[in-house]
Design a protein around this ligand. Structure first.
Ligand SMILES: O=C(CO)COP(=O)(O)O
Length: 131
């Protein structure tokens, strides 16, 4: 199961803390991230993370394309709600495509825990040998 992790600059410390707190859980997923977020994650944890372009250079769109192809199954995107981003249209498109494909999307820390718990539950269900 593939999970995308993304954070705007002001929220990167929160995402790193989340990833460190839940590193064992996140290790169950095929992880991808936008460029700078991915680098920060790789530096701060032992997680394997496939890095896309940086967000302003198209990383959100690359992750959106995976969602459109149904290759990405969840997104944690800690947006900075207080700072305008040059690539706002890409961000809006990513949020929209998650809704189009009904992909779980967390845009703050409280919902990140909830989405991760739900995806872990789905993983267990998928691999439950008694099913
Ligand atoms: O801008 C972003 C998401 O919109 C994140 O990009 P970076 O991870 O490259 O900082």
């Amino acid at each position: 199961m593939r999970l995308a992790l993304i954070a705007h600059d002001e929220k990167k410390p929160d995402l790193i803390e989340f990833a460190q707190n839940r590193e064992d859980d996140l290790a169950h997923f095929d992880l991808t991230a936008t460029g700078t977020t991915g680098k920060r994650l790789v530096d701060a944890t032992d997680l394997d993370v496939e890095r896309k372009q940086s967000g302003p250079l198209g990383g959100d769109m690359q992750i959106g394309a995976e969602i459109a192809s149904e290759d990405c199954h969840g997104v944690v995107f800690l947006r900075d709600p207080l700072t305008a981003q040059p690539h706002e249209p890409d961000i809006t498109a990513l949020l929209r495509i998650c809704d189009v494909h009904d992909v779980p999307l967390a845009t703050n820390l409280a919902s990140a825990d909830a989405v991760l718990d739900e995806l872990l539950y789905q993983l267990d269900v998928e691999f439950d040998p008694t099913e």
